[in-house]
Design a protein around this ligand. Structure first.
Ligand SMILES: [Zn+2]
Length: 342
């Protein structure tokens, strides 16, 4: 690749974009409020942001080889259409974003779930570079995950591949905002931890630090109070660590990847409790399986989120050239149905 790729990370609050080299270096970046152009106008925001970076690339004489967009929702793998599960940017639901942008900017455009893109970035540029299989768990306000297995991103039949945040860790657990019950997200996401603390503090009535202003209770505060010895906060955090450990064990036993990386906004807090989380994981994982998996908890870097969608472009362009090579070989070029590609 001689030029750069343009990565756009669409968040519920902020959309960040950048020109990224094949080595993952961010040459130029910009960020704007997702709804700065008004409610329901995220598509205009995305388009204008791409336009301004494209113009800058032209001024520098740099070619844009492709555009990648990460969105906080499910993307249907075949059509590239955004699903209904995109609650923070609902105006993008049902939009064929990749084809809209490709028509406008005349370069290949790829759109995927933001945590799938993040997993590709960790695999392409990050500490997990070179492994054959990797699971990234992203503990933020919600709880996302991305799976790379045997060198391929796992999207699943409808784009839900990697939704470990909504896998149950407790069958009779608290109801989840997804409609399920006892999901990992209810215990180990920022929103889940804050809600659990508010609920427990309300019940006990004995923790003025936590229920004086329920709106002010954040996951970071709950971690801090737990470290200071607050019993309600400590119980919530203990449950969060156990839930995360159990999910790591599920992944180790079910997929046995070379690496599991826990990242995202809450990961900095989890990192201080890493030995405890790993002990919970060891309690549930098959011993020999766990020895083959390296588990790391690394705080996410909010400044380089555009590297995810940039990695998505590199990944898809590479796949495209693999396909072209295999169809040029004798016997290649057969129709690609089930299992033909992977
Ligand atoms: Zn759920």
């Amino acid at each position: 690749m001689t030029g750069v790729v343009l990565g756009v990370d669409v968040g519920g609050t902020t959309t960040a974009a950048g020109l990224v080299t094949a080595a993952g270096e961010v040459l130029l970046e910009a960020q704007v409020p997702t709804h700065g152009a008004g409610p329901g106008r995220a598509l205009e925001t995305i388009t204008e942001l791409i336009e301004s970076l494209r113009d800058e690339a032209v001024r520098r004489g740099t070619t844009i080889e492709g555009i990648g967009v990460g969105v906080p929702g499910i993307v249907e793998p075949e059509s590239g259409r955004i699903g209904n599960e995109i609650h923070h940017v609902p105006e993008l639901a049902g939009r064929p974003l990749a084809s809209l942008l490709a028509a406008r900017f005349d370069v290949p455009v790829f759109v995927d779930n933001d945590v799938n893109a993040l997993a590709l970035a960790e695999w392409t540029f990050g500490t997990a570079r070179g492994v054959r299989s990797l699971v990234v768990l992203a503990a933020g306000t919600g709880f996302g995950a991305g799976i790379v297995l045997d060198g391929r991103l796992v999207r699943g039949a409808r784009g839900f591949g990697g939704e470990f945040g909504h896998a149950p860790v407790k069958f009779d657990g608290r109801p989840c905002w997804c409609g399920g019950r006892g999901c990992l997200a209810v215990y180990a996401s920022g929103r889940g931890i804050a809600e659990a603390a508010r609920e427990r503090a309300g019940r006990s009535g004995a923790e003025p630090s936590m229920d004086a202003d329920p709106g002010a209770v954040t996951a970071a505060l709950v971690f801090r109070r737990a470290a200071e010895g607050d019993s309600v906060a400590a119980a919530v955090i203990d449950e969060a660590c156990w839930a995360l450990g159990a999910m790591i064990a599920t992944i180790v036993n079910g997929l046995n990847p070379e690496a599991v990386l826990v990242t995202g906004g809450v990961a900095a807090s989890f990192a201080t409790l890493e030995p405890r989380i790993l002990a919970f994981a060891a309690e549930h994982a098959l011993e020999r399986a766990l020895t083959g998996t390296t588990v790391r908890i690394v705080p996410g870097d909010k400044r380089v989120t555009m590297r995810g969608p940039a990695a998505l472009v590199l990944y898809e362009l590479e796949r495209r050239s693999e396909r072209a090579t295999s169809s040029a070989r004798p016997g290649g070029g057969r129709p690609r149905g089930y299992g033909a590609d992977e």
